[in-house]
Ligand binder design. Structure first.
Ligand SMILES: Cc1cc2nc3c(=O)[nH]c(=O)nc-3n(C[C@H](O)[C@H](O)[C@H](O)COP(=O)(O)OP(=O)(O)OC[C@H]3O[C@@H](n4cnc5c(N)ncnc54)[C@H](O)[C@@H]3O)c2cc1C
Ligand SMILES: NC(=O)c1ccc[n+]([C@@H]2O[C@H](COP(=O)([O-])OP(=O)(O)OC[C@H]3O[C@@H](n4cnc5c(N)ncnc54)[C@H](O)[C@@H]3O)[C@@H](O)[C@H]2O)c1
Length: 462
């Protein structure tokens, strides 16, 4: 066993951990960045980046199929190997993190591949693949950024089948004929639409009453309509009860009595935080917790606040890369003893990259009501705007705004449509900066843009 003393240990290099380790090393701290798999985490290798390449391919397929209605005949023969090659070569360099490791080392950090665990105050052990263990004493402290792994729903027989998770889905070289997606959240919906557009017969099994439940119900309803139109079967309010696999086929038993027989099953039913094997108990924290509670400087609450920070999905503030990066910057300032704005989560934006995209920021209408606010909402369909009308096929969408009527500011908004995640930018500024609705109403909205529909949604506030 080797012992070393350093300034900072970062356990887990998701997007935030990688950025924080880089910044701390550049600032002159002696930093060890520990990861048991790939430096950069889920986003670049198995999450955002490969899935957005899949979405890009699927969107091109859909656009070509719309051509006849607006420009003339065009045909496309979807070819998954093109998507696979882009992911393999351009996005992930064959799922190899050498570039990221070199970048961190160039910044001055030490990269240690292995499982990192807290082992008492300021102590971290790292167990390498070769079984060699190193114990680090962290003078300044420890930042944990361990992320999540796919949750496996407690369905009889499922664990014994070769089901896929997002990690398998982004590495596919060939597509199956049929697929059941278990879970209708962002991962399930993005993947379902991609695979369907490439010719896979897709069924989504969602145990709740609607798709994308973190978004407004109107957005979920519109997405369900689009999915139905594209031939994706969506089963809501359905429980998967049994799963088995034999002779190359899965059989799934539903509580409705129906049995689905398919080539493949993709489980996208939420995530489990990687907190259970982090040694949290050695510093008085609960290893079974779903999140680590943090303060506005990302210091872990209920534990050794002076030397332990947590960032990323495990903080429960929004499982998004931009949240991990945002927290990384706030925590880095605190690690370095610098002043700066505290973390604030009243305007967390998110975009689900289905077509139409669903952008959301801040509170949903229900969340605002549950928070006891005096709520007014306004909604408009994109098809009723000049831009939606001229866009034609693929132009479905909506804008919904949620106002705290007592303060006269937006506390939440949804922008769904072509480039919904981009239109969201305007609404994110309004919610973040608490721009008075009266001011938003005095603006001039360029004609005929999609974002001009925001003016109609504001006019509808009641
Ligand atoms: C399919 C999919 C699509 C997504 N698409 C988007 C998107 O479009 N936009 C978006 O904003 N977000 C998206 N996300 C979410 C996004 O990937 C995460 O929010 C983001 O990666 C931030 O996670 P994180 O920083 O908490 O850590 P992660 O990225 O999960 O990384 C954690 C790292 O810690 C390591 N680790 C864990 N435990 C230990 C340990 N004990 N010792 C050493 N290392 C350890 C892991 O190996 C991993 O490298 C997507 C996620 C998935 C799965
Ligand atoms: N574009 C993006 O920003 C993006 C894309 C993908 C993922 N993500 C992030 O990753 C996180 C994880 O995504 P996710 O879609 O796996 O999780 P999720 O928790 O958001 O959605 C999972 C869905 O599965 C359903 N479900 C759970 N158990 C089920 C069961 N037994 N049978 C049927 N349905 C079941 C839930 O009702 C839920 O709707 C998201 O919360 C999001 O923050 C973001």
């Amino acid at each position: 066993m080797t012992q070393r003393e350093v300034d900072l240990v970062v356990i887990g290099t998701g997007p935030g951990g990688e950025a924080l380790a880089t910044g701390a090393a550049k600032a002159g701290l002696e930093v060890v960045a520990v990861d048991k798999h790939l430096v950069g985490g889920e986003c670049p290798y198995y999450g955002c980046i490969p899935t957005k390449m899949m979405v890009r391919g699927a969107d091109v397929v859909a656009e070509v199929r719309r051509a006849a209605e607006v420009a003339g005949e065009a045909t496309i023969t979807p070819a998954w190997d093109v998507v696979h090659r882009r992911i393999d070569e351009q996005a992930t360099t064959h799922w190899d993190d050498t570039i990221a490791v070199d970048r961190l080392r160039d910044a001055g950090a030490t990269v240690h591949h292995g499982v990192g665990r807290l082992a008492g105050p300021r102590q971290v052990t790292v167990e390498g693949a070769d079984g060699e263990t190193t114990t680090y004493t962290a003078r300044r402290g420890v930042v944990v950024n361990p992320g999540t792994r796919p949750a496996v729903p407690p369905v009889e027989g499922l664990a014994d089948t070769p089901y896929w998770t997002n990690r398998d889905a982004v590495q596919l070289a060939e597509l199956p004929g049929s697929l059941v997606v278990v879970g209708g959240g962002p991962i399930g919906c993005e993947m379902a639409q991609v695979f369907a557009r490439f010719g896979v017969r897709v069924t989504v099994v969602q145990h709740g009453p609607r798709l994308v439940p973190a978004n407004e119900p109107e957005a979920a309803a519109l997405l369900a309509e689009v999915f139905a139109h594209e031939g994706i079967r969506v089963l809501t309010d359905v429980e998967l009860q049994r799963a088995s696999y034999a002779e190359g086929a899965f059989t799934l038993g539903l509580d409705t009595g129906e049995e689905l027989v398919v080539d493949k099953v993709l489980v996208a039913a939420g995530r489990t935080p990687n907190l259970d094997d982090l040694g949290l108990e050695t510093v008085g924290l609960d290893p079974h917790a779903r999140t680590l509670e943090t303060d506005e400087r990302l210091r872990v609450q209920g534990g050794p606040q002076e030397w332990l920070w947590a960032i990323g999905d495990v903080t429960g503030k929004g499982a998004f890369t931009h949240v991990s990066m945002y927290q990384s910057a706030v925590a880095l300032r605190d690690v370095l003893g610098e002043d700066g704005a505290p973390a604030s989560y009243h305007a967390v934006p998110h975009a689900t990259f289905t077509d139409p995209e669903i952008g959301g920021v801040g509170m949903s209408e229900q969340q605002a009501r549950d928070a006891g606010l005096t709520v007014r909402t306004g909604i408009t369909k994109l098809e009723q705007s000049s831009r939606g009308f001229t866009h034609g096929p693929g132009g479905h969408g909506l804008i919904k705004v949620v106002e705290d009527a007592d303060r006269g500011v937006l506390v939440g908004a949804t922008a769904m449509g072509p480039a919904g995640g981009e239109i969201l930018g305007f609404l994110a500024v309004a919610v973040h900066a608490e721009v008075p609705v009266d001011t938003l109403r005095t603006m001039i909205y360029a004609y005929p843009t999609f974002h001009r529909a925001i003016e109609s949604a504001l006019a509808d506030l009641s």
